[in-house]
Design a protein around this ligand. Sequence first.
Ligand SMILES: [Zn+2]
Ligand SMILES: [Zn+2]
Length: 633
Amino acid sequence: MSEDRKTLEQREQMTDIERLRHSASHVLATAILKIWPEAQFAAGPPVENGFYYDVDLPHRISPDDFEKIEAEMKKEIRANHPFERMEVSREEALSMARRGELGALGARPEPSKFKLDIIENIPANEKVSLYRNGDFIDLCAGPHVMRTGNVGAFKLTSVASAYYKGDEKNPQLQRVYGTAFKTKKELDEYFAMLEEAKKRDHRKLGRELEIFVLDDDVGPGMPMFLPRGAAIIDELEKLARETEFAAGYQRVRTPAIARESLYKKSGHLPYYAESMFPPMELRGEDTRSLILNTGPSSSIEHPASSIGHERSTDRYYLKAMNCPHHHKLFAAVPRSYRDLPLRLAEYGTCYRYEQSGELIGLMRVRSMQMNDAHIYMTPDQFEAEFNAVNEMYLNYFKLFGIEKYLMRFSTHDPSKLGQKFVDEPELWKQTEVMTRNVLKNSGINYVEVPNEAAFYGPKIDVQAWSVIGREFSIATNQVDFAQPRRFNLVYKDKDNTEKTPICIHRAPLGTHERFIGFLIEHYAGNFPLWLSPEQVRILTIGDDAKLLDYSMSILNELRAHQVRAEIDKGTDQINGKIQRAEQMKVHTMFVIGKRDMDADAVSVRVHGKGNLGAKAKKEAIAEILLSIKERRP
Ligand SMILES: [Zn+2]
Ligand SMILES: [Zn+2]
């Protein structure tokens, strides 16, 4: 949440819905003043999914007051007052505030104390402006919708306490939150989505469906996956492995820790140090000589003790990203232009030190396995490679039924070269132009965001919306021209000279943690068969020995075909068994009674679809195998 004053530029970029919500906050203030004329207002910006207004008032506003406030808001909206902008001199604004007229319906005995303070802090080059709707006048830079009637549908949602300007030395205010939309339909849909999102919360479903756990002894932000979660991971890795293999990637393996010097070379130290776990110190071991001794020249004539005369402290870090290790693998073998593009892939485990207050279920974690790969290429190959990466994203979206997505293309700000961005103006220009062209030509849904690139190149963040419309940031793509240089990565070009490759960092499936969190909510735990932690459960009607034999033979056949199948041999009624399987959202149930056995058949039941009737055993198994093989939705 930003307590900062918006720049003029940011205000111009305010979206229609933000204008509408900001206007709703003025309507809210108007309504509060009609009920409590002494209310003093501070700031009332639009925020994600709504708006708020901070108010200082002796009466403690509670949700019980919302109906009354909303009724006043409706009156103001029905009156359809225009939002009128007035530009005034600083002096005039100050004297109005002293008369209590700002954030007010007219003059009051007390000055508008927060508005006075805000005026003092308006930059000298900015005009002071006021907005009026009906009797309400507020100090405000805007922008607004045309009339109060444009605030189509709204609802107050909560009230919290907040310090003025977020500083606990300042007075505590009441922050009244609401949300607003153009139409009642959109408002209703939003609340229905919130209701549904609560049911789908991956933390809740993750526990109920035995997918992952967090444990205090293991540590905050370090999820462990139970067998059911690990099954999903296996499927995702298989998917990535097959897709990447077909696209010409090669898999590599690297350790989870590395020496400090690696991260100094990459620049992660010191720039990224805050996001890394503190180092491990190894004392009294000269590991450089150990490395020498594992090489081909290792021999008894050079024992470690004779080379390793300097025994100092050595520092190791848990890896926060896989790139530096992969760069080392690029450099490990002489490369020619004929070897490029070189695509190195690894589901690498990384560790990042996120603030404990920011850890959320699987969405913000400290240990993560990433669908990582680094593609090294010549500038000529960039377009085709980048296109292929995007193509891979789109295919994954299709597979998972992700219909709404957005790629945020973050570029650099030339005025911050050498500080926030590597000082390579030409390379920035080139790669940004190349990237922009590919995005334009491929018809991908993207927006350009200036000043948010990575330190070493433009990046693309991928946002996806789950079926119920919840937004997730799931993946990043980066174009990197700086790190290959820092690592002295070279290839021999056609003209026999050494050139530096460009590198694309890409992770279409993001991290297992975040992606599985997304998938749980996207599918509400009802995974398609191929992803389902338990694909088939066999439920016997009764516990006749022959029936059990028949069921076991089906179980063994399914398992022989790598189907994740289980059997419920419980002695209770079949309805109880069905209920247990449905509760765990097992995809397919084979219900087997004596009649099924005699016909060499099974009765098929699919979670969420109910009983599909009896099928020949052979046919039922063949259908399962085909659906898994084709990764049907
Ligand atoms: Zn305003
Ligand atoms: Zn990378």
